[in-house]
Design a protein around this ligand. Sequence first.
Ligand SMILES: Nc1nc2c(c(=O)[nH]1)N[C@H]1C(S)=C(S)[C@@H](COP(=O)(O)O)O[C@H]1N2
Ligand SMILES: [Mo]
Length: 256
Amino acid sequence: MKHRTLTRRQMLIRGTVAFGGLALGACDRLTNSPSFAEVLRSAEQLTYRAQRALVGNNALAREFSDDDLSPTFRSNGTDAPDSEEYRRLAQAHFQDWQLKIDGLVALPLNLSLAAMRLMPARTQITRHDCVEGWSAIGKWTGVPLASVLNVARLSPRARFVVFHCADSLEKGEDPYYESIDLIDALHPQTILAYELNGRALPIANGAPLRLRVERQLGYKHAKYVMRIEVVEHLNAIQGGKGGYWEDRGYEWYAGI
Ligand SMILES: Nc1nc2c(c(=O)[nH]1)N[C@H]1C(S)=C(S)[C@@H](COP(=O)(O)O)O[C@H]1N2
Ligand SMILES: [Mo]
């Protein structure tokens, strides 16, 4: 099984090069890194390994047609971040908003919404599954995360991509955050979405920008993304488990 997983990972690496010459070194080292071995050791990560082996690293999530769209795409969790800063940005239609990309990258970036809209976009109709027991089909348009990481250039030590959000679920708590590995980060359906169903992303669904990581459960899809940080380890961030809900007991690898 180990051999098969490796082969698939190598296939992914080749695929990755084909769709944009992305940080090959970083992917390659994922296989041997101690942090990756650590991740595989804990019991929870059996799910991760089993899912990766079954689904493959580059399998696509199912895509639907316009006829399948849910009449409304409900909101869950935060529906409007409660901060002065966010309200100010929203009032100016996010014209002053900039996405920050930093951490283990050669070229830290600040990207405006206008700049992101100039980058090649991807549109996908997918089903969102929340652990609270509801699903909805929506049409998302945005920039592949891979394109942004390609511009910023991953350091060879890069292992995880962390999304820092504008909202806190409880007053006084640290902001919502999430993280994914490089396999999901470079996956073609992983996008930073600025549109839902052909219109600017509503505030209730994460304006101005939210993550779509289509092979994972709802809570991984960070809304109100303000900063993307590339790291080697997750343990120094907030509760150390890689996400707001993960710090409260949910699984980090929430594969569907
Ligand atoms: N920043 C932020 N992202 C978040 C949440 C949140 O409360 N804050 N909730 C998560 C959960 S549990 C789900 S199901 C989806 C809900 O997305 P929606 O509001 O577009 O339905 O966002 C996820 N991302
Ligand atoms: Mo959710």
